[in-house]
Ligand binder design. Sequence first.
Ligand code: IPM
Ligand code: MG
Length: 373
Amino acid sequence: MARHRIAILPGDGIGRDVMDAAKIVLDKLKLDAEYIPGDVGWEFWKSEGNALPERTSKLLRNTDCCLFGAITSKSKEDSEKELNPELKDKGYSYYSPIVKLRQEFNLHTNMRPCKAYKGNPLNFRDDIDLVVFRENTEGLYSGVEYYPLPDELMAVLAKHPRMKRFTTVPLEDIALSCRIITRTGARTIIRQAFEYARKSGRKNVTLVEKPNVLRETGGLMLHEARDIVSEYPGIELQEVNIDAMCMWLVKNPQDYQVLVCANLFGDITSDLCAQLVGGLGFAPSANIGNNYAIFEPTHGSAPKYTGQYKVNPMAMLLTVKLMLDYLGESELSGRLEEAIARVIKEGKIRTYDIGGNASTLEVAEEVTRNLAL
Ligand code: IPM
Ligand code: MG
């Protein structure tokens, strides 16, 4: 029996292109693993009314971790238009499968390293090396949303003094999305950020919030962060508002090491940070829980490039590195990162986004050649 059982979910669009690149590298590394493919994504929404079939969740429950490609997510209105006509009006409603997976498997921590590898012409600066810790199961992604606003909910909300001015608005003219933050959720992600800072020798953690306006949810994050920092002597807590943070990250990104954010702020911040180190083609991510983990590049499914093997696989290959770390394969992980760094630095084989004309798979092959060195 293989040492690791890994579920493989290529998903939509270029998910398959980058997954093929990952396989080339994993084969060359001779990771002792069994790979089990599964169904997820838009075609299953259209044909079955479920982008994440139950058989896929079951598959994941029987594996050690999952490597995920990319996913197409559309709004409620747009997704309903594409559902198989026979399934229409049967109560199916689209919900992003990756968001669902993060919640179903309680993958509370989304870790998104953004590191400038030397020689990447798209680096905003060459000295950026930061990691975003994004809370991954709650906040504005909790999925507790209403439209129209139910009567009984309005009756309760109307007791809030700041709700008064909305009470005359017709219920079918109000939509509500709840930002739910629990103390456990807040403490878990903040602790993960501090633990990472401690293990990696980083000296500060920045809480990216907005407690001056989001007084209760932002306030809870701030309160818990101020409590937890006391357990980490030598590591400083910086508190920066999300809007100011976007400015500081463009002004002085090298000053930041570990960022910790609630779900939506982390989603936004991690795209910004990705662009500082060459764009989404260089941004890996890991969704980690207590018993399971899903590894996926931060980028989306880029439908217009589907099957063209044109996109940059580096984000996916760096994601494979995170997976190897999780599986305890530190020697392979180290070799892979060195090979990736060397290919970026040499700059001979590059995809279109960095001014080259190599294919997705040619970049993966070049990385494997460097593994052998
Ligand atoms: C991400 C993506 C997802 C998210 C989408 C595809 C639902 O943007 O992983 O950052 O919003 O979390
Ligand atoms: Mg995102």
